[in-house]
Design a protein around this ligand. Structure first.
Ligand code: HXC
Length: 525
């Protein structure tokens, strides 16, 4: 340094102080009064949520200083801190995740032009960096004063949701209001979490519904977490409160890769691949019409009996779940004879299909447990389009190229036998328990059709029917007819299931299947 010229001060302390003051004002979002209102509703602010979500000290905020530039309807005089949304990235259990968290304390988290551009920025970064994107929604919807730029803001989000679909995992948590077209970003993402009592989502709210069709309904009945977790299936996880919601998102992320090009996360495994599951030898009830909880089968096979179940309250006749086997994620699809006999209906087909597609998109192997009496008969299901819904299941299993292992535990009848990933639908390996019954239909129904005349003409029709049913059961109500034709690879003792599945996953881990080139397939939606 030249003599007599004083030490360079670089950025002056005053400038740093001014910067810190500006930043701190923005970090305060809607101010104490609004924050108290938020807390009184049992909700956290966006920043409090991010504090729970990200590993301590890792969150890096993006575009804190962005301001809206609308001058309409008094907005020229209104400062909206951070424009109502906190965006950035950080580490969740050591992995980089991008996030946008709307803050209801700041102009109701309403989405205007610049608010949406902040969200676009982190979505674009997530796509470029190939990392998951998580949205924590708490918003009054399109910023009404700004007009059409708000709607275009949503358009840009929907576009990015779609471009990122199957490329990076996308998760939305509904942690406050979500109304109108704003519901479509959540629906375009892979997973929707909702917080019980403090969140709701609907296309049109109770007031409009009352005015248009005279129906009276509360916000919660119409679009609360339980409504969407049990009736519409829009919500995959109904959570207890903000903290529970965020922790469950973290659990879900622990099963997912960063992108479709990234390896699956592998957890430390303290369970043995050779562990036998003797409890499974007892699980099939004596009576064929008796149900049992298929979750117990899934848990028995999983590392440390841990299962993570989306959609637990919707279409309970089928179970979808993430488990780990030897520390690696596996997607399970299982009929649940404990609910509605495990029948396949429209909702069960949709639930399973979306899950299978997600697993395939992100290279998560698929394990199917079949115990299914068939597709649900009746006008309600036919007119609801069970033909198209059921076709989805056939489509997604066929198109999936990940390892696909099927275990038949009991009934596996008719079209539903094919629908639960039969060999010629593309399963890599099919196993059956000795209790398996693989047939076109149940023995009673079959005999009523093929022996109708013989039964009617018999001196004792009931005895004749019993005799014929017995012979049909002997032929088909076992796995050996199918095994003799090579339609299933193995008959295994239930206790061996985990061991067999673990071995097969290891054997199939480098499976590669190539499909003919095309623009995209045309799933029967
Ligand atoms: C501008 C909004 C806003 C919005 C809330 N605010 N929603 N500002 N545009 N959409 C502001 C309020 O004016 C208020 O500002 C602050 O946020 C807090 O809102 P309150 O109404 O005081 O909160 P609360 O009483 O808890 O009521 C919450 C609410 C209500 C039920 C969500 O705010 C509401 O009805 N908002 C409008 C919902 C709506 O109809 N949105 C448009 C949907 S159409 P001040 O300054 O007073 O604190 C849509 C189309 C999207 O979103 C299409 C996408 C394709």
């Amino acid at each position: 340094m030249a003599k007599g010229k004083g030490k360079s001060k670089g950025i002056t302390e005053a400038k740093i102080k001014a910067f810190e003051e500006k930043r701190d004002v923005l970090l305060g979002m809607g101010g104490e009064k609004m924050i108290k209102k938020q807390h009184d509703l049992g909700k956290l602010t966006a920043r409090e949520r991010l504090d729970i979500f990200f590993d301590k000290g890792t969150f890096q905020e993006v575009q804190l200083f962005v301001k809206h530039r609308s001058t309409l309807f008094g907005l020229d005089k209104k400062e909206i801190k951070a424009d109502g949304v906190v965006t950035g990235f950080g580490k969740v259990n050591g992995r980089t995740i991008f996030c946008a968290a709307q803050d209801f304390t700041s102009a109701g988290g309403s989405l205007g032009e610049m608010h949406s551009k902040k969200i676009w920025k982190v979505m674009d970064m997530a796509l470029d960096a190939r990392k998951p994107f998580v949205a924590l929604n708490d918003s009054g919807g399109a910023r009404i004063q700004e007009g059409v730029p708000s709607l275009d803001g949503y358009g840009g989000i929907f576009y990015r949701n779609t471009i990122g679909s199957g490329y990076i995992p996308q998760i939305t948590a509904i942690m406050g209001p979500t109304a109108g077209g704003a519901v479509y970003s959540p629906a375009l993402t892979d997973w929707v979490f909702m917080v019980k009592e403090s969140s709701y989502m609907y296309i049109t709210g109770p007031d409009v519904i009352k005015a248009v069709i005279g129906e009276e309904v509360t916000h919660d009945e119409l679009g609360g977490a339980i409504a969407h977790a049990t009736k519409s299936g829009v919500c995959h996880f109904a959570t207890e409160n903000d903290e529970d919601c965020i922790n469950k998102i973290k659990t879900l992320l622990s099963y997912l890769p960063d992108s479709c090009h990234s390896p699956l996360p592998v957890a430390e495994c303290t369970d043995s691949p050779d562990r036998e599951c003797p409890e499974l030898d007892q699980i099939i009830p004596d009576r064929a019409t008796r149900g049992y909880d298929m979750r117990k089968v899934v848990a028995a096979v999983a590392d440390n009996n841990e299962i993570f179940e989306p959609h637990a309250l919707w279409a309970p006749n089928i179970v979808v779940a993430f488990i780990r086997i030897m520390g690696k994620p596996v997607g399970v699809i299982a009929n649940n004879p404990g609910s509605g006999a495990g029948v396949l209906d429209c909702n069960a087909s949709d639930k399973a299909s979306r899950f299978i597609r997600f697993c395939d998109a992100f290279n998560i192997p698929i394990l199917t447990f079949a115990d299914v009496p068939g597709y649900m008969p009746g006008t309600q299901q036919e007119w609801a389009g069970i033909i198209s819904h059921g076709a989805k299941l056939l489509h997604v299993y066929s198109e999936a190229t990940v390892p696909k292992i099927t275990v038949v535990t009991r009934k596996d009848y008719g079209g539903a036998y094919i629908g639960m990933c039969s060999k010629y639908l593309g399963a890599d390996y099919v196993m059956a328990w000795p209790s398996a019954e693989i047939a076109v239909m149940g023995a009673e129904g079959a005999c009523n059709i093929i022996y109708r005349r013989e039964i009617a003409a018999a001196e004792d029709p009931a005895a004749k029917r019993a005799e014929l049913v017995g012979s049909y059961e002997e032929q088909f109500n076992n796995p050996y007819f199918a095994a003799s034709m090579g339609i299933i690879e193995e008959v295994i003792a239930p206790r061996e299931t985990r061991k067999r599945v673990a071995t097969l996953l290891e054997v199939l881990k480098d499976k590669s299947e190539v499909r003919p080139p095309r623009k995209h397939n045309n799933i029967p939606l």
